[in-house]
Design a protein around this ligand. Structure first.
Ligand SMILES: Nc1ncnc2c1ncn2[C@@H]1O[C@H](COP(=O)(O)OP(=O)(O)O)[C@@H](O)[C@H]1O
Ligand SMILES: [Mg+2]
Length: 322
């Protein structure tokens, strides 16, 4: 759905984006990751034409974005930034209804849409509709920012470090919210972050940038298994890479058929990750776990030996939505 072909962006003498090619299929979540100044935001802003690209092609549904009317283009694309950009003297409801009002939706329809979005984002209407941005916590303001970006039901969401200013606990909650939202709405998302763990957690497709260039792209698991160079390896956490890989892989995809169960063997739900399984083995001094289903019925087992072998052997664990 979104495709960049050999895209460049120059600011005077600097090359901010240097021969970037990538494509994001419909309904997929793409994360752009890299250290500050590597060209992530510039790449994002060229997609909704807040910035014009200098060279190359940017296509939306196989049509050059320069062929679209910029206003129509931005109507299809929601945009969320770090400091929300909420209007300080407008209440929450008015902020969320901005785009539908610009599109001249009837007032009753705007109100209905705003209430629907507030519910979707866990902002009770009675409590929040009349609050002003300064009365919100960082996490609440960011939810309002996401609601506003979704207001006119765009099929694309561009998010530029949306959770970058939040404390770790709030950040994790909003990541969880975004994953749930995405499972329901199936938007095509391009998400910029400098936080590799955030990217690994959220993305179907990961794009690592450095000095304007794409260094490596692929599924999170494929990058963890084979980082292109020492830079990508260090971004992925170096020694921690093994654990990160284990945290993207589910027990259910790697368990063995049920053997003779030992009486005191620890139990782990099949939906848990290999990382959680490893942690349980360490905690319980156990090299074997019984895998159970959602009704706590044994369905298989996992040994330390199998965990160590399997965690690195295949991609089949990457189906995180199942
Ligand atoms: N409007 C601008 N004018 C001049 N240089 C810019 C402008 N915007 C970004 N740059 C430069 O382009 C490079 C990439 O910036 P940016 O895309 O914001 O990086 P990131 O989002 O990865 O931190 C940086 O060197 C930055 O200084
Ligand atoms: Mg940026």
């Amino acid at each position: 759905m979104i495709e960049l072909r050999n895209v460049y962006k120059y600011f005077d003498d600097t090359v901010a984006v240097d021969d970037v090619s990538l494509s994001v299929p419909k309904g997929k979540f793409c994360a752009l990751v890299g250290t500050s100044g590597c060209g992530k935001s510039t790449t994002l802003r060229m997609i909704n034409r807040l910035l014009a690209h200098s060279e190359g092609e940017i296509l939306l549904d196989e049509q050059a974005i320069s062929d679209y009317d910029p206003v129509l283009l931005r109507r299809r694309i929601g945009y969320v930034i770090q400091n929300t950009g909420l209007f300080p003297h407008w209440n929450v409801a008015r902020n969320i209804g901005l785009v539908p009002r610009l599109l001249k939706w009837p007032a009753s329809q705007v109100r209905q849409r705003v209430e629907e979005l507030m519910q979707l984002l866990g902002l009770p209407v009675g409590e929040f509709a009349n609050k002003y941005p300064h009365q919100l916590s960082g996490g609440q303001a960011q939810r309002v920012g996401v609601a506003r970006a979704l207001a006119a039901d765009p099929d694309i969401l561009l998010m530029d470090e949306p959770f970058g200013a939040l404390d770790p606990i709030t950040r994790e909650k909003l990541q969880e919210m975004l994953m749930q939202l995405q499972a329901r709405l199936h938007k095509t998302i391009v998400f910029v972050t400098h936080d590799m763990d955030e990217a690994l957690r959220l993305a179907d497709h990961l794009v690592v940038m450095r000095a304007g260039k794409v260094i490596q792209q692929g599924t999170p698991l494929s990058l963890l298994q084979k980082p292109a160079d020492a830079f990508v390896d260090s971004l992925l956490g170096g020694l921690e890479r093994g654990l990160k890989q284990a945290s993207l892989t589910r027990v259910k995809d790697h368990m063995a058929p049920l053997g003779p169960t030992l009486p005191a063997q620890s139990r782990i739900p099949a939906r848990y990750t290999l990382r959680q399984a490893l942690s349980m083995m360490l905690r319980d001094h156990s090299e074997r776990l019984t895998v159970v289903d959602q009704h706590d019925m044994p369905v298989g087992e996992l040994s330390l030996r199998k965990l160590v072998k399997e965690a690195h052997s295949s991609e089949q664990g990457s189906s995180r939505e199942s």
